[in-house]
Design a protein around this ligand. Structure first.
Ligand SMILES: [Zn+2]
Length: 357
């Protein structure tokens, strides 16, 4: 099988569908990395260039706000909306400069955060009117805390609105455990950490006629890295769900495009297993946060004697420390850390070098 040729820039519409279909055929997936500004974004674009594979870059609600500036007033989500729009424009320009395809996405949006995604969609509709392409490839809604009917009903409204501007929708069934970005599910009832195949079937039946849908199904996955506990990663839930939809609707194999949340710290064998069941996207946040922070800590430790004041170091009392203090000297180490961790993820997910662009 030849490599799939993919356009450079932000992917959307039918091309995005084709890319995910190809992933399912090839049993490969993309890393989806949470970014918080230009540094982490550029590190992700560099990873895509080195891996010769599209990258999924996503802003969480907190990440969007951070991108705008942590102290900018966020009444009615205005800072998070502005940060999300600014981040998207940065990526539209630089994806082309790096010559890489990017799937541009937003992460978990609970019911109370809907004004954030509403603001991004409004900006996306305006962008589409001018450029005939969307600002983002897709948004995620996470209404998994609401009753299933309400989750599906609200997701249906958004799926239709997004379809009009060639965008996809990711929705969540079941609950991802752990804690991330202020959403704490560490105490949730364990049964909710496992999606039922019937829920996937119902979602498929209601939502797929309306737009391009991907499903974050819970199979014991958690946000964050924890000591192995009583929650067990059970990718077979994904297979059982695919089988049920296939049987009921006589579809091709793996009709659902699944999203694997909480990829950080997951066993490699479970990652590989999930790829056979239609996972096209694996979210990775904690591991790339660590990949950014660790080399910076190392720099601070190694250069400690040069970072005590602007003047004076072991080479002399009057020696200037400007080049060691310059944030570019050490932020770049964090960027390299993210890029390297993402290259590892591409290899784990079978998408390293699987595309041309
Ligand atoms: Zn998640």
């Amino acid at each position: 099988m030849g490599k799939l040729k993919v356009s450079q820039g932000v992917l959307y519409g039918n091309e995005l569908r084709d890319v995910y279909a190809y992933c399912k055929e090839q049993k490969c997936a993309f890393p989806a990395v949470n970014v918080i500004g230009s540094s982490s974004t550029n590190a992700a674009l560099e990873a895509a260039r080195q891996a010769q594979s599209p990258i999924i870059v996503q802003f969480s609600n907190g990440g969007s706000h951070f991108n705008a500036g942590k102290y900018l007033d966020n009444t009615n989500q205005q800072a998070a909306i502005a940060g999300g729009i600014a981040g998207a424009h940065h990526i539209h320009v630089l994806a082309r400069a790096y010559g890489v395809p990017v799937i541009l996405h937003t992460d978990h949006c609970a019911k109370k955060l809907l004004p954030w995604v509403d603001g991004l969609i409004a900006a996306g509709e305006e962008y589409y009117r001018i450029h005939k392409r969307p600002l983002y490839s897709s948004h995620m809604l996470d209404l998994s805390e609401e009753p299933l009917n309400e989750n599906i009903e609200i997701s249906a409204q958004y799926a239709q609105r997004l379809a009009k501007i060639d965008m996809a929708l990711e929705m969540e069934l079941g609950v991802t455990g752990g804690e991330e970005d202020g959403v704490d599910n560490t105490d949730i009832d364990a049964s909710r950490l496992y999606t039922q195949p019937e829920e996937v079937l119902k979602t498929y039946e209601t939502l797929t006629p309306l737009g391009h849908i991907t499903i974050a199904a819970a199979f014991g996955n958690t946000h964050g890295v924890y000591k192995p506990g009583n929650v067990k990663l059970t990718p077979i839930i994904l297979k059982n769900s695919q089988d049920m939809v296939e049987k009921e609707h006589k579809t091709e194999k793996n009709p659902i495009s699944f999203v694997f949340h909480g990829g950080s710290g997951s066993e490699k064998s479970k990652i590989t297993e999930s790829l056979g069941y239609g996972v096209v996207k694996m979210n990775i946040d904690t591991d790339t946060q660590w990949a950014f922070t660790r080399p910076i800590r190392k720099y601070m430790e190694e250069k400690s004697a040069y970072l005590q004041s602007q003047l004076g170091n072991p080479e002399g009392q009057d020696k200037p420390n400007k080049k060691h203090i310059d944030p570019r000297a050490w932020v770049v180490n964090g960027e390299k850390g993210i890029t390297e961790r993402l290259l590892e993820a591409y290899r784990d997910l079978g998408s390293f070098g699987a595309f041309t662009f």
